[in-house]
Design a protein around this ligand. Structure first.
Ligand code: PEP
Length: 234
């Protein structure tokens, strides 16, 4: 079973989500299809799609104006939450420590955190890719999480850029992540690839060793792009 997880970021509307739900309702897939949508769109239901949020507070409750707790997300029926997406790390200064706290709150409330790791272009050029993703895996994952988390490798420089790393680069990064997870006693954790996935490249990406699914941004927004992605993951 592979994961096909869409990240709508700050896009879409309730109407476009309902359109996606309606257009996907006849799809037969053995894989797990998830849409991580803005908080305000959570609460919809579908037989094919499970839902998730894109961020969660690191706090349980209290005077944190504007934040949304894991319990509140779980109450909508959502099952997943993205934590540590590169846009949160970049625009909101989220560190591995904050990401770990957020993942812990998600787990406390029965949500599956999708923990994102990935290098910037500067880090890649400096030859630091493996160090960066190793540190992110070691520091962003809470204790005692066997079979309770998903990790997503998202090279930041390829997100929304329409370019993907080579097959060898994806395979190497996923091997490094898998080895680190194994060292941490987390063998079997699904490791998704994300960044510029589309219907044309998904079949090749999904066949790479240690790729347990895909995290899809832009191409998850429209049914005529997302449905072929679902269908091309065999
Ligand atoms: C993302 O931001 O999680 C992502 C995968 O984006 P895109 O597919 O648009 O590169």
């Amino acid at each position: 079973m592979k994961f096909i997880i869409g990240n709508w970021k700050m896009n879409g509307s309730r109407a476009s989500l309902r359109d996606m739900i309606q257009k996907t309702e006849k799809i037969k897939t053995e894989n797990r299809v998830v849409l991580c949508v803005p908080f305000t769109m959570l609460g919809e239901t579908s037989d094919v799609i499970s839902f998730g949020a894109q961020d969660v507070s690191s706090h349980e409750r209290g005077a944190y104006t504007g934040e949304v707790s894991a319990a509140m997300i779980a109450e909508t029926g959502a099952k997943y939450v993205i934590v540590g997406h590169s846009e949160r790390r970049m625009y909101h200064d989220e560190t591995n420590d904050i990401v770990r706290e957020k993942a812990a709150r998600a787990l406390d409330n029965g949500l599956i955190p999708i923990i994102c790791v990935g290098e910037t272009m500067d880090e890649k050029r400096a030859g630091k890719t493996m160090d960066v993703i190793t540190a992110a895996v070691r520091e962003s994952i809470p204790n005692d999480v066997k079979d309770k988390i998903i990790v997503a490798y998202e090279p930041r420089w390829a997100i929304g850029a329409g370019i993907t790393p080579s097959t060898d680069d994806i395979a190497h990064a996923h091997r490094v992540i898998a080895d680190n997870l194994s060292y941490m006693g987390l063998d079997g954790t699904p490791i998704l690839y994300g960044a510029s996935v589309n219907a044309g490249n998904v079949a090749d990406i999904i066949s790479i060793e240690n790729v347990g699914g895909v995290l899809v941004g832009g191409a998850s927004l429209k049914p005529d792009e997302f449905i072929p992605i679902i269908q091309n993951v065999k």
